[in-house]
Design a protein around this ligand. Structure first.
Ligand code: UD1
Length: 429
């Protein structure tokens, strides 16, 4: 069991190259299972969630080859089964996109219910509602979900009372080959939804309106593939390093980003007194020695609102800000569990329902704390970067599910972070 050991108090300075988007990569790899020919995908992040999904696709029969650093060629024409019921499928949330992909390819799918980060109930009722509207019958037995649209498979209609990223992508993939035009209303608009749609369109699908609240998918007989596609940069990875630059009162340039995707964060940062400078594909975040970081209020919302996946990291920003700041988590019911750990690092945070109230600034102090989930784990690292003393963060494999070369990227800009064995495990040996 690996831990990170972080000596706080270093100012981070330098450039960080952002990798391809985890959530786009997961959607695109799953979507590639509907193609009728091979495709090459570039800018694929080298993270364990992607490895797991690629292995799940290999088990389905897909032929996958690494064709360079961050570049893979997937040939799904060798996929022979619509069943993925092994343990690996349960281990990542995004395996649920295979429901849509296999439904589109075979009009049948059988999958273990997906797992992923635990921040409360993670229903898939909207995905199922979409599949049903396309003629699929569904059954959930012993944790395995079966979809069957062999009797009738046609275009559908999904109106979502709550915009779901997963349901939007899943129904979009499922509809690529369904006869007729499927309409998704009140669709989610996250950048990686647009990326999955662009990928499918370049490969030969017919999807219009991705990035708006109404998406129309015209079913086609074949999606030939035989094209290259490059994944967009990771909005959440970029945001995490932007916050790292700000909380350490440093000067960080994140490169290979789409500044437009970062606006929900960069606008907030500006309003807090943090200096933001932007180019075509880079953003500089800096805090001068006399600059005062002022508290503000955040509310997480679907894109273009403030992303819930930056909520834990932004809360660390509130810990260094002057005054009372509020963090309203309006997407997930139970995404504040990490705050108990943060309090052990001397953070002054009170939780009132969906709102965390932070009384800053507070000098955080070191502790031995776990990475409870992917983004909470990243937030603990940010807290450790500004804490007095050396913090140990345990269960760090959770962080490496979603951040490529996390330790190396931080070390490059001056963080005192090393990887070692969990200290309690060592004591027990
Ligand atoms: C995706 C992201 C995750 C992020 C989330 C919100 C991936 C692999 N994961 O998760 O990191 O935190 O978007 O930006 O891309 N809901 C329902 N019924 C459903 C589906 C969702 O009620 O069928 C609710 C959820 O309980 C939640 C909200 O909708 O409150 C948003 O969920 P959703 O957008 O679906 O999240 P995911 O796609 O699972």
């Amino acid at each position: 069991m690996a831990s990170y050991f972080i000596e706080g108090g270093k100012r981070l300075v330098g450039d960080i190259k952002i990798s391809g988007s985890k959530n786009a990569a997961l959607g695109i790899i799953a979507a590639s299972m509907v193609l009728d020919g091979p495709c090459t995908i570039d800018n694929v992040p080298l993270i364990s969630d992607v490895d797991v999904l690629l292995n799940i696709c290999r088990k389905l029969g897909a032929t996958i080859k690494q064709s360079g650093e961050g570049s893979i060629t997937i040939d799904p024409t060798t996929v022979t089964t619509y069943e993925s019921t092994h343990e690996m499928t349960r281990s990542i949330r995004a395996s649920y996109y295979l429901l849509g992909a296999l439904l589109s390819r075979f009009q049948k799918a059988k999958l273990t219910m997906p797992g992923g980060c635990d921040f409360g109930t993670r229903p898939i009722n909207l995905h199922i509602q979409g599949f049903r509207s396309m003629g699929a019958k569904d059954e959930l037995k012993n944790g395995i979900i079966t979809l069957d649209a062999t009797a009738e498979y046609h275009s559908g209609h999904l109106y979502m009372d709550q915009a779901s990223v997963g349901a939007t992508i899943n129904v979009m993939i499922a509809a690529t080959k369904a006869p007729g035009t499927t309409v998704i209303e009140n669709a989610a608009r996250e950048p990686h939804i647009v990326d999955v749609a662009n990928f499918l369109n370049i490969m030969g699908a017919s999807i219009k309106g991705a990035g708006t609240d109404t998406i129309r998918i015209k079913g086609v007989d074949r999606i030939p593939g035989n094209q290259h596609y490059s994944i967009i940069p990771d909005q959440i990875e970029a945001g995490t390093y932007m916050i790292a630059g700000a909380v350490t009162r440093g000067n960080i340039v994140v490169r290979n980003v789409i500044p437009k995707h970062m606006e929900p964060l960069s606008m907030k940062m500006k309003s807090m007194g943090i200096q933001i400078e932007e180019g075509d594909d880079w953003i500089r975040v800096s805090v001068g020695s006399n600059d005062v970081i002022k508290a503000t209020n955040f509310k997480t919302m679907p894109y273009p609102g403030f992303p819930t996946d930056l909520q834990p990291q932004a809360l660390i920003l509130l810990c260094v800000a002057e005054g009372i700041g509020k963090m309203h988590e309006a997407v997930w019911a139970n995404r504040f569990q990490y705050i108990e750990e943060l309090k052990r690092m001397n953070a002054d945070v009170t939780i009132a329902g969906p709102i965390a109230i932070v009384n800053g600034p507070q000098q955080l102090t070191s502790a031995r704390v776990p990475a409870r989930d992917l983004r909470a784990g990243a937030a603990m690292v940010l807290a450790a970067l500004i804490a007095e003393g050396t913090t140990e963060i345990t269960s760090v494999r959770t962080i490496e599910r979603g951040y490529q070369d996390f330790v190396a990227k931080l070390q490059k800009v001056g963080a005192a972070i090393t990887v070692g064995e969990d200290s309690e495990m060592l004591e027990r040996e």
